[in-house]
Design a protein around this ligand. Sequence first.
Ligand code: SF4
Length: 282
Amino acid sequence: MTEDSAITVFDESEPVWNSCAGDGQIIRRELDIFGESVDLLICVENKQATLADIVPLARAVSTKITDKVTKMVLVDGGHIPCRKGCSACCYYLVSLAVPEVFRLRQDTLAMPQMRRLSAERACLSAAQRILGQQPPDLFAEAARAGTADSAAELLNAASKWYADFKLPCPFLCKGICTIYEQRPMVCRDHSVTGGSVACGGGAGEAQRIYIPARMSEVLGRLASELEGTSVEALIMPFALIWADENQRRRRRRWPALMMVERFVEIVQQEISKSPAQVVASA
Ligand code: SF4
């Protein structure tokens, strides 16, 4: 079950009808993941919800999809080195969709004071380091072009530029993710087959596992539709500051049922674009 009461996703084993309180509605959907079915059973209460409120559902759906895909890779004899405690990819660019940014702010505000201050300081110091460097010209060129290809090019250029900083994620402490249960969607959706040494630029080979319906993209689309903006994403070190500067957007609400229905539709649309292969080239 997710941690938010307005929107709750159940495991098949849970006693659903006793748990969907008041005039809540149950939504049942089946997702087709490379020919295997993943069932969703979601209780939505008759309430208004913020963008942050949809994130626990996205986390739960991401877990269900990645579990299914992981099982398929393992059954085919693949080795997946990704696990809690591996931080090989925690030095790369992590982008968050707007709902994730607001949820991360909510999660950090709920932390004990010392932990929260330390996370805020780490984000600030990483942000200062980034702002102290001139971004490459390619950023401006790609932004001016404004096409889908240029957006992919921009992301590529940004990822390479960011990797050169060799900045650990502000939430990485002694090689451990301090927000593992609340980590961003790109962290949840990223896994490889092969060896983790290759992820850090070392010897060996790692191939990226394709996850249908990446939740960062689903949440980005959902927020863009609801707010009437372009699809936006923030990089991790700037997320908390940006959330504080966008309080009005953070508090905006929509009917929870409408949000969930549209979220599920976007998940299904993204899944329909999946390639035939689970393992893609790195
Ligand atoms: S949020 Fe956690 S898993 Fe993601 S990059 Fe940061 S430390 Fe690594």
